[in-house]
Design a protein. Structure first.
Ligand code: ZN
Length: 320
């Protein structure tokens, strides 16, 4: 049974590093067609899962409302069991691999332990690789200030540097040096927008031999410095008001507001747009096809000022 076990790839990376974008570009390039995606989001609303689906991923599974590495650490095992038990022909599973996209605040440690220690799971699934995604622009700052981001590098076999077009060669070299200092055995690769190679380029690696090295279960404490909130946005907002409110947020909470993401309706368009902000910088909004949208809302994740305070500020701005 061990030879026919299903490989699992964990994709980790800090808030806004570009994990979903990385996976979407692979899906859109026609790779990963027999891959099942499991997405963990700390908030209640599963935007990443919707985005993967919009790119063509088939029925991604959403594990939302908590952190996979502590609050929901048993849910991965339940999900994998459920999945396996539903396959009519166990010898010919309908998928060839599973990709788990963890939330930006999760350590991959619990999943590593679970897959290594649970005998039932170990006979049917195997951890083949941990891929980290690091933002070229903010990665160095993130590694300096967030222990969790360092953890993600420690456990990764390969790391992909996203948004390389935002930095020069010298900045890129500094980041690479810092990553190698944390994990000298890690492979570092670049990933740039549409320049996508085959999935093998990203996912093929020698089998992990070190799954148990100094792995310990993270405690819920690791979330204490962060706060998350979700703001429902049922009404369409004029683009100008939204843009100026988001601008005001980035000016005021630049250092605290780690992540803003969600789907919002604006007066100028029938279809909703996707809002992505990382450390006070907002990306060009993407227009989302109507069919992919379920619930318009914004999720804010902050370290420092409580996310609820920032959310109230945003609401006041939008009403002004
Ligand atoms: Zn956790």
């Amino acid at each position: 049974m061990i030879n026919s076990s299903i490989p699992i790839v964990i994709v980790t990376g800090f808030l806004g590093a570009g994990k979903t974008t990385f996976l979407r570009s692979l899906i859109e390039a026609g790779e990963l067609s027999k891959t099942l995606f499991i997405v963990n989001e700390i908030g209640e609303v599963g935007l990443d899962q919707q985005l993967l689906q919009a790119s063509g991923a088939k029925d991604p599974i959403l594990l939302s409302g908590g952190c996979l590495c502590c609050e929901m650490k048993n849910d991965l095992g339940y999900t994998l069991r459920d999945l396996y038990l539903k396959w009519p022909d166990k010898a010919n599973p309908p998928i060839d691999k599973i990709v788990i996209e963890t939330s930006g605040l999760a350590s991959p440690a619990s999943a590593i332990l679970q897959l290594a220690q649970d005998h039932w799971l170990r006979d049917r699934f195997r951890l083949s690789q941990i891929i980290g995604v690091i933002d070229s622009e903010f990665g160095l700052e993130t590694l300096k200030t967030n222990e969790l981001a360092v953890d993600q590098v420690i456990y990764s076999d390969t790391v992909f540097l996203s948004k390389q077009d935002k930095v020069n060669a010298e900045q890129s070299a500094h980041l690479t040096e810092c990553i190698l200092r944390i994990n000298p055995r890690i492979k570092i690769k670049g990933v740039n927008g549409k320049d996508i190679k085959s999935a093998d380029h990203y996912f093929m690696s020698p089998a992990r031999t070190d799954t148990m090295r100094q792995v310990s279960n993270p405690s819920v404490d690791h979330l204490l410095e962060y706060s998350t909130t979700n703001i429902s946005m049922p009404d369409a907002i004029p683009w100008k008001s939204l843009a100026s409110a988001l601008d005001e947020l980035s000016q005021t909470y630049q250092n605290d507001l780690l992540r803003v993401k969600g789907v919002v309706y604006i007066k100028e368009l029938i279809t909703p747009i996707v809002i992505h902000g990382v450390r006070g910088t907002f990306m060009q909004p993407e227009v989302l096809a109507m069919k992919d949208h379920t619930h318009a809302s914004l999720t804010l994740i902050s370290a420092g000022t409580h996310a609820n305070v920032i959310a109230e500020h945003l609401s006041r701005q939008l009403l002004a």
